[in-house]
Design a protein around this ligand. Structure first.
Ligand code: SF4
Length: 330
């Protein structure tokens, strides 16, 4: 049996885990291609207008796998940390896709529910039961598949903490590459903040990473910091957040500003994203308090290339002028 993983949303976080787990269950795994014009247009056509662009892209990626796989892997990721939640879109994703599955002639969906809100150990049993119920695996074979997946994910995360980006490690992600490098003395350390499915999807962000690196940015991304460090740093806010992925973003900006790791921050957020719009206020406050320049880039399916380039050019130029002034004064 061939199973398709859409190259969108949590693909950028958990592909090594999911791919290994499904392969260990004896399934062939195929991912959809990189986001392109056709995939995004498909998604935009079928999705509700008020949805964020990565969810729209997710529909397009499901459609790109039609005819190539026997089932689509669309897990219901409710909670990945005790007493916290993910974005409501992840809770409802299998229902949102199922609602249009017949109309779009999608293959059947595999939708394990992953919910660690009450107890972290629940996650393990949810996946073991999925493997047993759906594919008839023995308990021990399911546990072995889970262990192999954990090891693959651990290796991936260790590489990220060593400074590599998901783009360097995930298959066929190398399109978002800079064409030239600025000399080290002229580079600025820019913290690139946002959900991985926004910042690493080169089509949605119009190759933002490559453009920034070509303009002399030495990029720092949240994945380069250990998850526990991010979670601890995220507590430095007046009211605790209960969305795990927004906590990671908040933790990253708190950590970078506390450790003086960046000259400026670019925050990429999706238009119509509820969690991001709330966290944005806290991020702006943090950047202001620590005197770190911040630029927020809101993306949707209509974002234009010219506007993006002008804004990031102006931002990187401003950081360079600031750096030269500071060096002249020192
Ligand atoms: S967190 Fe925001 S961008 Fe991500 S899926 Fe939810 S609404 Fe969309």
């Amino acid at each position: 049996m061939r199973v398709g993983i859409p190259r969108s949303l949590l693909y950028y976080k958990y592909l090594p885990f999911w791919k290994t787990f499904l392969a260990e269950l004896g399934l062939e795994v195929e991912t959809s291609p990189l986001t392109n014009k056709k995939i995004l247009s498909w998604g935009v056509e079928v999705a509700e207008n008020e949805l964020c662009v990565p969810v729209k892209a997710f529909y397009g990626h499901c459609m790109a796998l039609r005819g190539r796989v026997d089932a689509l892997f669309v897990p219901r990721v409710v909670s990945v940390e005790e007493r916290e939640y993910t974005c409501p879109k992840f809770l409802g994703l299998p229902d949102m896709v199922a609602a249009v599955a017949d109309q779009l002639e999608l293959p059947p969906l595999l939708t394990p529910k992953l919910n660690q809100r009450e107890k972290p150990s629940e996650f393990k049993w949810q996946l073991i039961n999925f493997a047993r119920d759906q594919f008839g695996l023995s308990r021990w074979d399911a546990i072995a598949a889970l262990e192999a997946a954990r090891v693959a994910q651990k290796r991936y995360q260790e590489e990220l903490v060593r400074g590599r980006k998901p783009l360097d490690l995930l298959p066929a992600s190398r399109l978002n590459r800079p064409r030239w490098k600025t000399p080290k003395s002229e580079r600025k350390r820019i913290g690139l903040l946002g959900h991985p499915y926004n910042i690493y999807d080169g089509y949605i962000t119009q190759n933002l990473i490559a453009r920034l690196e070509e303009m002399g940015a030495e990029l720092v991304v949240p994945e380069m910091t250990d998850h526990h460090v991010l979670m601890e740093a995220a507590t430095d806010v007046p009211k605790q957040l209960y969305w795990t992925y927004e906590k990671e973003i908040m933790g990253a900006v708190n950590h970078w500003t506390r450790q003086k790791m960046v000259d400026g921050v670019i925050y990429v957020l999706a238009f119509a994203c509820g969690p991001d719009s709330l966290v944005q206020v806290l991020i702006e406050h943090r950047a202001r308090t620590h005197n770190v320049p911040l630029m927020s880039l809101t993306i949707d399916e209509h974002s234009g290339e010219a506007g993006l380039v002008t804004r990031i050019e102006a931002f990187t130029d401003m950081l360079m002028r600031k750096k030269r002034t500071a060096e002249a004064v020192a």
